[in-house]
Design a protein around this ligand. Structure first.
Ligand SMILES: *Cc1c(COP(=O)(O)O)cnc(C)c1O
Length: 394
């Protein structure tokens, strides 16, 4: 049985298409961007410094360096661990390709450890089984905003003398036993891509625990130029800069930070909105033949970045891909987070990975659908999503 809705009235009209992950942009950030433009200082400058300060204090972290993406943040974090070619970094197969690509960019070898089927986070027992003499870094992803089992992962880091980089692209607001995600590891990396919990258009941040590591990352993010090179065009005299190593072009612009400063000021307001939508979905879908996200574990704070349902064709009577098409036919945008990493041809060719070797991530990747959860959604938008989902599974 395939429930396709061509002969039914779509819940929304095409001109009202609900774009998945569309962020709320408010007047404060619009005015701040305009102020940056009229000031003439568009590139890395005082607004980036303020955004770093604000983010650091929100996260109760020691050091924060703004960059132009989370991919850049992970790349620099791995480099700053002192990794060498052939060293191994263990991460999850249920993540965005950027996590794995950044490991490869840094010259290291990615190794996958399957996820826990309930939390969808990397399983510490699977990580332990993958540790070898070559393992240098564990790179957990707090999937959908749910914190990983940080006690177990931190114990592995200590026992095997490893480093840890947390991929917090979903997890700005996430906490584990009262401590903020991104402050457990040597580094925590964050994304301000358009669909993330707060946005700068494109952008990222890296948290560090040591001053020397933060300074190295700052240097690497701007061609390897000596500290505060951006001040060289300021008004207190010409300053020479010196290239200390061959770095990258990963700096954030003031134009981006102008958006981020005001988005960050609303991070908790947005979190509460997403939490309310999350609860509404849970109630509305409780009697449907689909998998729903597990409740947050005790003593943790979920970031509510993604609301993911599982569509098992045998139970639901419709395949995941047909469900995606049916939602789109209702003019509601949906997402898939994620086809497991070993489904992609590049990794199959390069590392010989097979989806079946990571069965939990494979199953989730083939059944999962992310429903709209942006704080921009109106009550009517949320009710439209609910109506569409109920109609498809009816
Ligand atoms: C979005 C995302 C990234 C990459 O973030 P960018 O800022 O786009 O580079 C990395 N990891 C995960 C889990 C993500 O969702």
């Amino acid at each position: 049985m395939q429930t396709i809705i061509h002969d039914q009235f779509p819940i929304r009209s095409p001109k009202d298409f609900l774009v998945f992950g569309s962020p709320p942009i408010e007047m404060d950030e619009i005015e701040e961007v305009v102020a940056s433009m009229t000031s003439g200082w568009l590139g890395t400058g005082p607004k980036v410094a303020k955004f770093e300060e604000d983010f650091k204090s929100y996260k109760e972290a020691d050091y924060a360096v703004a960059v132009n993406s989370c991919t850049a943040a992970i790349h620099l974090g791995i480099l700053a661990t002192g990794i060498k070619p052939g060293d191994e970094v263990i991460t999850t197969p249920l993540t965005f390709c950027a996590t794995v690509n950044a490991i490869i960019h840094a010259g290291a070898t990615p190794v996958l450890a399957d996820v826990n089927p309930v939390t969808m986070n990397i399983d510490p027992e699977r990580v332990a089984a993958k540790i070898t003499d070559k393992t240098k870094v564990i790179l957990p992803v707090h999937f959908a905003g749910r914190p990983c089992d940080m006690d177990a992962l931190s114990a592995l880091v200590v026992d095997h003398d490893l480093k840890m980089i947390e991929d917090c692209a979903h997890a700005i607001e996430t906490e584990y036993k009262g401590r903020k995600a991104g402050t457990f590891g040597d580094f925590g990396s964050f994304s301000f891509y358009v669909t993330k919990n707060i946005t700068t258009g494109e952008g990222g941040m890296i948290l560090a625990r040591q001053q020397s590591a933060a300074a190295r990352i700052k240097t690497l993010a701007l061609h390897g130029m000596s500290k505060d090179a951006w001040k060289r065009f300021g008004d207190d005299g010409y300053k020479h800069y010196y290239v200390e190593e061959c770095g990258y072009k990963y700096n954030m612009m003031d134009l981006q930070a102008a958006i981020g400063i005001h988005q960050l000021a609303r991070v908790e307001t947005y979190w509460r909105k997403r939490q309310a939508i999350w609860q509404r979905y849970l109630e509305a879908f409780s009697d449907l033949p689909i998998g729903l996200p597990a409740s947050p574990e005790a003593n943790t704070r979920h970031g509510y970045h993604l609301f993911t349902i599982l569509v098992d064709e045998e139970k639901a009577g419709i395949s995941r891909d047909n469900f995606l098409n049916a939602m789109t036919a209702h003019n509601i945008g949906v997402g898939v987070h994620y086809l497991s990493i070993p489904e992609h041809p590049y990794y199959q060719k390069t590392f010989g990975w097979k989806p079946e070797d990571y069965p939990q991530a494979m199953r989730i990747g083939r059944q999962t659908v992310s429903l709209p959860l942006s704080p921009k959604l109106t009550d009517k938008d949320v009710e439209d999503v609910i109506l569409a989902v109920k109609q498809i599974f009816k």
